[in-house]
Design a protein around this ligand. Structure first.
Ligand code: UDP
Length: 329
């Protein structure tokens, strides 16, 4: 089974590529390397340097490599940037996915697993968040992902495209293989920033907001190990390949940790003390995001096995210690 993985050189995509290989699929990575890393793709996996806006090239690749299904990770994914530069997000995420879907239609590929986000829920009123809760994204990034989910549903109705949209909570951690991990440039995510500070490549960690309605005043998030996410993608793919219908699933650990708790756990795991400062809130951050992952547990049998917060941080720590500069390019 040949699976085209757009954005397969990125953080989550590369971990899914590793899991696809381990599960007997043949991943083929399609990535323009604008934010991904060629070194994140294993040597025995074909890496095609291409853009998702290039419909003709995509269609050609799908025919040439007899693609059975697509996994779609290629996207711009920074909340703050999406508010400052919405055009980039509508172009890369919405227009790019439209091009991908039309290439699939022309090439006769009708199966896709899509990388969505908890950002589609916006600021929910209660937790844990279930898939049936109202969607009301508070930032451009979340709105583009929700638009894509709508496109997928419409293509399913009109053209029998079958999809699974996976709404990730906070992906973190690194593969046990030690070969791949998180390397965003610039880095904006909490756990890598904390660990880079422990490595002394940053001076301190800023806590964005200490006046939230939470027990310690800082934001609470649900951190899910990227290896557990990768397993869910393969289960979703198998569901579709076995003839299953289109689905939307949350992916989280169902446990929430505050920013302060992450910092304290990181100090324990790394055995390094570092400076922390308290700053203003970051615009667009909801106070609490905690998933219910009951639906995918019941329907596909998915259960996170690496998402205890100490294990998540320890695996990320291992990666950052061994790759202090990230991928070498
Ligand atoms: N955060 C923080 N300092 C940082 C980076 C993030 O306090 O340097 C907070 C951020 O405000 C949010 C949480 O950590 O409440 C997780 O942020 P991240 O960017 O990792 O993921 P997001 O929840 O935005 O997807």
């Amino acid at each position: 089974m040949n699976v085209l993985v757009t954005g397969g050189a990125g953080y989550i995509g590369s971990h899914v590529v590793e899991e696809l290989k381990n599960s007997g699929f043949v991943p083929i990575v399609y990535d323009n390397l604008s934010t991904g890393h060629a070194d994140a793709v294993p040597e025995d996996v074909l890496l095609i340097n291409g853009d998702i806006h290039d419909l003709d090239f995509l269609e050609h690749i799908m025919g040439e490599y007899e693609i059975d299904a697509v996994m779609h990770f290629a996207a711009s994914s920074l909340v703050g940037e999406s508010m400052e530069n919405p055009g980039r997000y509508y172009y890369n995420n919405v227009a790019g996915t439209l091009s991908l879907l039309d290439a699939m239609r022309k090439a006769g590929v009708d199966t896709i697993v899509f990388s969505s986000t908890a950002a589609v829920y916006g600021e929910p009123e209660k937790w844990p968040i279930e898939e049936e809760f109202a969607v009301c994204p508070t930032n451009v990034y979340g709105r583009t992902k929700l638009m894509i989910e709508t496109m997928l549903a419409d293509y399913d109705m009109a053209y029998d495209l079958r999809y699974v949209a996976l709404r990730y909570f906070n992906a973190a951690g690194a593969s046990a293989s030690g070969k791949i991990g998180e390397d965003h440039r610039p880095e904006t995510h909490l756990i890598p920033i904390v660990l880079k500070t422990a490595l002394k490549s940053r001076n301190s960690v800023s806590i964005f907001g200490t006046d939230y309605q939470t027990p310690d005043g800082t934001c609470i998030r649900d951190y899910i190990h990227v290896a557990d996410l990768a397993v869910a993608h393969v289960l979703a793919l198998k569901h579709l390949l076995n003839g299953g219908s289109s689905k939307i699933y949350n992916l989280g650990s169902e446990k929430g940790f505050s920013v302060r708790e992450i910092i304290e756990t990181a100090k324990k795991v790394t055995k390094v003390d570092f400076a922390v400062s308290e700053e203003k809130r970051r615009p667009g951050d909801p106070a609490v995001l905690i998933a219910s992952s009951k639906k995918i547990a019941e329907e596909l049998g998915w259960k996170p096995t690496h998402s205890e917060i100490e294990e998540v941080i320890a695996s990320a720590w291992q990666w950052h210690k061994e790759h202090p500069q990230g991928y070498e390019e």
